[in-house]
Design a protein around this ligand. Sequence first.
Ligand code: F0G
Length: 482
Amino acid sequence: MSKVTYFSGESFPLEMHKVRIIQKLTLLPIEERLRAVEEAGYNTFLLQNSDVFLDMLTDSGVNAMSDRQQAAMLTADDAYAGSATFTRLHAKLQEVFGKKYFLPTHQGRAAEHILALGFVKPGMVVPTNYHFTTTKAHITAAGGEVVELIEPSGLAVTSDEKFKGNVDVAAFERLADERGAENIAFFRVEAGTNLVGGQPFSLANLRAVSHACRRRGVPLVMDASLLADNLYFVKAREPECADWSVADIWLAMSELCDVIYFSARKLGFGRGGGIITDDQKIYESLRAWVPMYEGFLTYGGMSVREMEAITVGLDETLDEDMINQGPLFIAHFVDEMDRRGIPVVTPAGGLGAHVDAMRFLDHVDQRYYPSGALAAAVYLASGVRGMERGTMSEQREPDGSEPLAHMELLRLALPRRVFTLSQVQYAVDRIHWLYANRRIVGGLEWTEEPEILRFFYGRLKPVGDWQHALVAKFREDFGASL
Ligand code: F0G
């Protein structure tokens, strides 16, 4: 993304790439969208992609690849063991993270599985700035407990704080005193904190966390899945780093951590993942799980073509013009909604735009899943598929009680280099219309509620009959338009 100055004084994101392969999209009429969302049990995860116009469900594994990535995929060296492709990926990871060992996994949550097996014993605690769904599921399945220590600004929907993913280090010191360092499996710090709106932590905060962990002998583990956004925000927002290269910031962050894991479906514009460390003991203690669950040590469940794409994708992540595309597009999306009075998380983070469903649907009780209802309503209004990030994404306590999420967000992810500004503008317009008609929208209730990770494949139905009223209002306002 370029920082050109416009004659008009306004500013718009400007892509520093061109699109050379396209995929045709269909925008179904709203009546067809109603059929589709009913078939999907009002859960956007269960929609068929052919029924979706703009897929903003996630940026995971759906980012556009570059010509260089595609070319590299043709040079992959297909071998079960010792492929040159793995050697190239390993060398690139050593270059960008500055650490020696790499254990490949088929995606990010597989790395979480292995870390939970290696580090978490029943009764242990894993402090974190904020949990991620799959991470928490693996830690609790191993008998551990996740404790969130994000700074209070992280949970404020609107804030002037530039680093809403920062850890409350004093709270960590208190926790370590209370529970004993020996009962802390590791500290998990998540770059580009997903569930609070893709919010970054600062290098200064990571330094403080790292010092506190090292003083007490607690391993510091970084989830680097959304590191690209976090690197960009540190460069753009942290004065100390304004003149640093992306590579320097990357190495400085990595140096502060004992273990790093990542989903390459996000970091590196590919598909895969893995665990990185400089510590031989940690490496050896985790290594056995890789052939057991993932695949041999030189592919870990990834295809060689994907590994080639990740190697080039990591190289492109060093380029500020490449990694600023997401954050600048997202900032535009957020500003356009904010200007229209639509409640959004600010400042804009990485990953996507986040709409505050608690305020958008302030008449819907949190027990009827306002962000899930908003996701279904936005799909109805626009054909845009977003993702619920609120109470539905939480898991019930062992006693069956349901914790209400800190925030009820509708996430509209912007896969990198995929959508155009006019498509973003269309999404803004239809969400604006929905906001003007928000009182029509009601809540959702379960018809089938799975026990684990229920948001992925659970089914729901509207409370009342608001969906038909919404379709009727759409027709009244837009006539025959799609
Ligand atoms: N950690 C973070 C911060 C993530 O955002 C994800 C995935 C994972 C771990 C797990 O990685 O999907 O490769 O197994 N986030 C996706 C999302 C699913 O849509 O935000 P994975």
